[in-house]
Design a protein around this ligand. Sequence first.
Ligand SMILES: Nc1ncnc2c1ncn2[C@@H]1O[C@H](COP(=O)(O)OP(=O)(O)OP(=O)(O)O)[C@@H](O)[C@H]1O
Ligand SMILES: [Mg+2]
Length: 251
Amino acid sequence: MLEVKNVTVAFGGLKAVNDFSMKLVQGKIHALIGPNGAGKTTLFNTITRIVNPQQGDILFKGESLLKLDTHDIIYKGISRTFQNLQLFQAMNVFENIYSGLIHKYNDSIFSVVSKSKSNFDREARDKVLEVAEMFDIKNRLTSYPSGLSYGMLKRVEMARAVISDPDLLLLDEPAAGLNYYETEEIKNIIQMVNKRGKTILLVEHDMNVVMTVSDLVTVMNFGKKIAEGTPEEVSNNEEVVKVYLGEDENA
Ligand SMILES: Nc1ncnc2c1ncn2[C@@H]1O[C@H](COP(=O)(O)OP(=O)(O)OP(=O)(O)O)[C@@H](O)[C@H]1O
Ligand SMILES: [Mg+2]
């Protein structure tokens, strides 16, 4: 469904992504792991057209994404969350989730805050409620981000990404900053979303999450793919172990 073909992204002399290729299989959870600075977020930003590659191509359902702008990506059925939460602070939870749908209603982000709830399109409102129920945040719809726990915020952001009903969901470190219980919740949510037919590309440092939920794991280091396989294969791979032990030594 998504095919990254020999993509290179350079910032000045630094090749953040270096002749990197990977293929996602429809309906699977595919993890992309690697040490800090490996190029994982840069690859996400290339797929979502925030960053332009110098080389290579990215095909989604057989069609190149490179000719698209970042705001076109959602129409193709791709949605994401961010490593650093990007929720709208001036909007409550309902409005933040709703903002994941505005492209469908030809609406602008500014009109979301100025509308009273009763003016929201009925269908859109029902969708927000349905997704809020799925993510167990229905009783927080009138709260503002500043009043919510980090675990709750992560769920709101994922709800906003899922409400557009994407075929492919890109999650950049969904468990970062979460405590044990919040991490268990997010694991269940990732699996639940996947069971509802969404293909997931997951960037995550928490190996417990990666090993539990992933069907396939790709390991990246210095912009290059160094290993790929099932969670078990990858965790027994010598080079992968070296990279992760090396990281520990430096820590
Ligand atoms: N906009 C940019 N300008 C210059 N360098 C950048 C830019 N974005 C990323 N980099 C560099 O590219 C490399 C890859 O960064 P990236 O954020 O993709 O890594 P990552 O694998 O997501 O790391 P982490 O696990 O810490 O999030 C790093 O060396 C980073 O400093
Ligand atoms: Mg990153």
